[in-house]
Design a protein around this ligand. Structure first.
Ligand SMILES: CC(C)(COP(=O)(O)OP(=O)(O)OC[C@H]1O[C@@H](n2cnc3c(N)ncnc32)[C@H](O)[C@@H]1OP(=O)(O)O)[C@@H](O)C(=O)NCCC(=O)NCCS
Length: 190
């Protein structure tokens, strides 16, 4: 399939297709998934975000992708890389590339986010030759920073910052990163 960008033992990461908006609204725009992401959004806002994300692959060369299970092609969520465009982020982060993930809640706890992100990191470092990939979350979002830990990312506390788009309990934004050399080294040692 030409729109498939990455494959892992269990997963397929592909570009967005018509029909994905309904899947995103049903499975990712839920109180559980958005508990640390500022809550459920209006369908219009989700549609806007997804349309912008879908254009990014052509415009920026990479983007967040749809994640589906190879076994039955069911939609699991999204993972990918994107440029950080948060105006209040520290200078070092603005325009740099971050990795992220969101999975539907009924598929948590099976290693899918880490498996998808592992493939995204390999793409970021090998295909796009990025020197460093950042990740951002909040202290409260343990499931997300545990993915960062499993990926071998390092905590960069001096880059943490307050983001008024998120509620007080999800501030400050905590910053993690993985450099290509460290990633390569860990791979060779594995
Ligand atoms: C963040 C998020 C993607 C993490 O999902 P997750 O299912 O916990 O993460 P993984 O897919 O890597 O799974 C890891 C868990 O699966 C377990 N697991 C089971 N089978 C596994 C396997 N074959 N391989 C690896 N881990 C496996 C691990 O032990 C781990 O559980 P633990 O955290 O209780 O130790 C998910 O919580 C989510 O979508 N949250 C809402 C959106 C969000 O906040 N995104 C982050 C924005 S910053």
């Amino acid at each position: 399939m030409p729109d498939v960008i990455l494959e892992t033992p269990r997963l397929r990461l592909r570009r967005w297709r018509p029909g994905d908006l309904d899947l995103w609204l049903a499975h990712l725009n839920t109180p559980e998934v958005r508990a640390y992401l500022g809550g459920v959004q209006s369908p219009e806002k989700v549609a806007q975000t997804l349309a912008a994300t879908a254009r990014e692959w052509d415009e920026q060369g990479f983007s967040f992708l749809a994640v589906e299970l190879r076994e039955d092609a069911s939609f699991l969520g999204t993972s990918g890389i994107a440029r950080i465009d948060t105006a209040c982020a520290p200078e070092a982060l603005r325009g740099a590339v971050q990795i992220g993930w969101q999975l539907r809640a009924d598929r948590w706890g099976q290693g899918y986010a880490t498996e998808a992100a592992d493939a995204v990191l390999a793409m970021a470092f090998e295909r796009f030759a990025l020197p460093i990939v950042y990740a951002q979350t909040s202290e409260r979002n343990g499931p997300s920073w545990r993915v960062m830990q499993r990926l071998g990312m390092e905590r960069l506390a001096d880059l943490d910052y307050d983001d008024p788009d998120y509620p007080a309990e999800d501030n400050p934004t905590m910053v993690w990163a993985l450099g290509r050399d460290r990633w390569q080294h860990a791979r060779e040692g594995a």
